[in-house]
Each structure stands twice: as structure tokens, then as C-alpha cells.
Design a protein around this ligand. Structure first.
Ligand SMILES: C[S@@+](CC[C@H](N)C(=O)[O-])C[C@H]1O[C@@H](n2cnc3c(N)ncnc32)[C@H](O)[C@@H]1O
Length: 185
């Protein structure tokens, strides 16, 4: 089965978890991965789906053994394990990272659809990632909306600043990439 057929089949079964009409296109996946460097020691991707962003991360020259993937959907996890040997694939929600992952992360790259989530869920996911990230390291989030993908309250509670990319029209729907960092202190 192709990645697209797998994605669409799971979208029909679990629309509230997936919340996108197609896998991320390569231009947006490259923008998500732009921050990754080959000398990074540990990177996590959350909501990896069928692996389009994963591929872009590895194309940046990061060794597969330095990449951990978190994905709720078991069928997607099976696909990720076969496509990306050497990576560690956790069939766990991203907010469990704090219990099962490795610390000292240089970056977290997120395809999890945070925009429609409650503040409590956004806080759990991003708070868990921040706990595992090195101080000031980036949390990269894709979004299809025109507003930041984390609420003003969550950004203020967690002390986050952000930058954002231009809108990427070659994606369905058009996307933007935000890079969040926790301000010192
Ligand atoms: C919009 S899809 C993106 C998939 C892939 N990253 C891509 O770009 O094509 C969102 C993915 O996040 C996963 N997901 C949703 N909530 C999650 C959570 N709390 N923890 C981990 N994965 C989650 C879904 O199962 C789905 O695979």
C-alpha cells in the first residue's frame, strides 16, 4: 500500500487525530527540517504520520540513531519502522515523551495538529517537549491556520517566543512553520 493510501485510510478511521487532508508536501517538510544539522546529538519528531517530515530530517544528514519518533497511530508506526531503520519509534502520545524519551534534545519537530487542541492539551505536549529540550532549543510546529498554532495563554504560561516562515503555498492546505523557544528564566 502506498504512503498516500495508508494516510487516507487512517484519516477516514481517525479524522480527529490526523486533521489534515494529505501528508505534508516536500517544500513544507524541508522548511520543518531546515533547523536540523548533522552534528545534533538528539532530535525528536512528534506526529510523524507516514514519514514525509522524517525523510526531510534525515536528508539533513542526521544519523537515524539520533532521531526518536512519536506517533499515536499503530499502522503509521509500523510504516515508520520499516521505512526508517535505526530510528526509535514510540507508539505513544507526544505528551508521554517526558516519561519514555531521551533528554538533552537539540530540537523537537511537530506535525501534531495543535491548533484545534485545548490549552490543556497544548500545554501537556509542548511542556513535555520543553522538559526534554536543551535550554533555548527549538520546538518547530507546522500549521495551516493564520494564527499561531499555540494559544496566547499557552505561549505566555510557557514563556515562549517565536518566529515564523513565509506561507508555503505548495502544500495542501497551504502551511506555515513556527519555531518556538523558551525564553531564559
Ligand atoms: C496532520 S498528521 C501529520 C503527519 C505527518 N507528520 C505529515 O506531515 O504528513 C498528524 C499526525 O499526528 C498524529 N498525532 C495526533 N495527536 C498526537 C499525539 N498527541 N501524539 C503523537 N502523535 C499524534 C496523528 O496520528 C497523525 O499521524
Amino acid at each position: 500500500m502506498s504512503d498516500l493510501s495508508l494516510f487516507l485510510g487512517q484519516l477516514i478511521r481517525r479524522p480527529t487525530e490526523i486533521r489534515a487532508i494529505a501528508p505534508t508536501a516536500s517544500a513544507a517538510a524541508r522548511e520543518m527540517a531546515r533547523i536540523v544539522r548533522p552534528d545534533m546529538q538528539a532530535v525528536a519528531e512528534i506526529g510523524a504520520g507516514t514519514g514525509t517530515i522524517t525523510r526531510a530530517i534525515l536528508d539533513r544528514g542526521l544519523a537515524a540513531e539520533r532521531l526518536e519518533l512519536y506517533e499515536l497511530n499503530a499502522a503509521f508506526c509500523d510504516r515508520l519502522r520499516s521505512l526508517f531503520p535505526g530510528t526509535t519509534v514510540h507508539n505513544r502520545p507526544a505528551q508521554d515523551m517526558v516519561n519514555v524519551g531521551r533528554g538533552g534534545l537539540d530540537a523537537v519537530i511537530s506535525g501534531v495538529p495543535t491548533l484545534p487542541m485545548s490549552d490543556e492539551m497544548q500545554h501537556a505536549i509542548v511542556g513535555s517537549a520543553l522538559w526534554m529540550l536543551k535550554p533555548g532549543a527549538p520546538f518547530v510546529q507546522i500549521t495551516y491556520g493564520t494564527q499561531p498554532p499555540l494559544s496566547a495563554r499557552v505561549r505566555a504560561d510557557l514563556g515562549l517566543t517565536h518566529t515564523r516562515s513565509r506561507r508555503i503555498w505548495m502544500n495542501l492546505p497551504p502551511a506555515q512553520v513556527y519555531v518556538f523557544r523558551q525564553a531564559p528564566g
